[in-house]
Design a protein around this ligand. Structure first.
Ligand code: PLA
Length: 421
């Protein structure tokens, strides 16, 4: 009977000093989300978190959009709503409306039913599902990502089964786009290679190609048969205008060619923790799109079966109602404007302080982040001495800054650049 004792130690336990997991090593914190972990542990009353890209109000508080609260109220008050499983591909309305939002209401690809859209777990989940689909069904397994890029990109695509290479993107000397390097690297890529493009508000650099440069990128990519995979995590957050921020994607769809797009509603609707996003694959024909969708289901079903219902219902409620949609665009513009205003305030304050250096990139860069040019040593100093939390590459989230915290940040930057070069 003793051998059947359910709480008897497993045979391996002794070997590993009591736990079968005793040889598991401590993993490092995530380079971005780990900044919040460190920030939360700091008891200092002056601490500021400029790490993760999460919007804060002037009072430093997280923001739930009024239009989101209204949509949630409508959902709660609707007794016909149930908690059944969604289909594997998610909420049908949400998928249609998401495709319209990124490609434009009059997009021929949508009208011709050439787009396969599936609801996924925010931007990250959409990238992962797209990556896994490509690894299974696309002939070229190499994906080129910009250098630098969002730190999770290489991990997502490697684990999806793709081989990750980089193309030149940012020039630290000009703090702008390395356009020549970008064109040279994409020209040298094997025909058919996948290319990850940030639709707007490039993370972490805040540097986007101009429309003219996008057109040259498009011509080069189409001539070489390179497959565009757009990451659209900041639509509306860059300029404050949803259509303007989708222009890069729409240029590639307008030429009739194929592409993938991962959309996130984390930032533009403030739905971070609801994990709501979409993957769209634009195909040459409706017939191909139908087959692509059937294969996307085979990727999703064993991964998480089907997506959550709440966030997608909020988005669909807002996108399908003219008045709610309008209210959303106003709130979105207010968030984008506050970020642009913080750029100006930070730039003005550094100039007024006489902090050495040309800080004009702060007002030239686009979107949620400023790529300050501060080095790891300076960042460590600012965190230790001033309790300013940011990623070690010198990126700061402008959305985490407010008029009240600008002077403290300027003190920290001034001390960092004057004391350590
Ligand atoms: N793509 C890019 C370019 C991003 O910057 C982010 C989020 C995502 C995708 C994924 O977002 P989602 O899955 O939440 O929709 N980047 C954040 C957060 C804002 C993070 O690292 O997870 C950042 O601070 O860089």
């Amino acid at each position: 009977m003793a051998s059947q004792n359910p709480i008897a130690p497993s045979p391996a336990a002794g070997i590993y000093g009591g736990s079968v997991f005793a040889n598991v090593v401590q993993a490092p914190e995530d380079p971005i989300l780990g900044v919040t972990v460190a920030y939360n542990k700091d008891p200092s009353p002056v601490k500021v978190n400029l790490g993760v890209g999460a919007y804060r109000t002037e009072e430093g508080k997280p923001l739930v959009l009024n239009v989101v609260r209204r949509a949630e109220q409508l959902l709660v008050n609707d007794p016909s709503r149930v908690k059944e499983y969604l289909p594997i591909t998610g909420l049908a309305d949400f998928n249609k409306l998401s495709a319209k939002l990124i490609f434009g209401a009059d997009s021929p690809a949508i009208q011709e039913n050439r787009v396969a859209t599936v609801q996924c777990l925010s931007g990250t989940g959409s990238l992962r599902v797209g990556g896994e689909f490509l690894a299974r069904h696309y002939h070229e397994r190499t994906i080129y990502i910009p250098q630098p890029t969002w730190g999770n990109h290489p991990k997502v695509f490697t684990l999806a089964g793709l081989s990750v290479k980089t193309y030149r993107y940012y020039d630290p000397t000009t703090r702008g786009l390395n356009f020549e390097g970008l064109l040279a690297d994409l020209s040298a890529a094997p025909p058919g290679a996948i290319v990850l493009l940030h639709a707007c508000a490039h993370n972490p650099t805040g540097v986007d190609p101009t429309l003219d440069q996008w057109e040259q990128i498009r011509l080069l990519m189409r001539s070489k048969g390179l497959l565009p995979f757009f990451d659209s995590a900041y639509q509306g957050f860059a300029s404050g205008n949803l259509d303007a921020d989708a222009q890069s994607v729409r240029m590639f769809v307008a030429d009739g060619g194929e592409c993938l797009t991962a959309q996130s509603y984390a930032k533009n609707m403030g739905l971070y923790g609801e994990r709501v996003g979409a993957l769209s694959i634009v195909c040459k024909s409706a017939d191909v799109a139908t087959r692509v969708e059937s294969q996307l289901k085979l990727v999703i079903r064993p991964m998480y079966s089907n997506p959550p219902i709440h966030g997608a219902s909020i988005v669909a409620t807002i996108l399908k109602d003219r008045e709610l949609y309008h209210e959303w665009t106003i709130e979105l513009k207010a968030m984008a404007d506050r970020i642009i205003n913080m750029r100006q305030q930070l730039f003005d304050a550094l100039r007024a302080r006489g902090t050495p250096g040309d800080w004009s990139h702060i007002i030239k860069q686009i979107g949620m982040f400023t790529f300050t040019g501060l080095n790891t040593e300076q960042v460590t100093f600012m965190t230790k001495e001033y309790h300013i939390y940011m990623t070690s590459d010198g990126r700061i989230s402008m959305a985490g800054l407010s008029s009240k915290t600008v002077p403290h940040l300027v003190d920290a930057i001034h001390a960092a650049v004057t004391r350590m070069k």
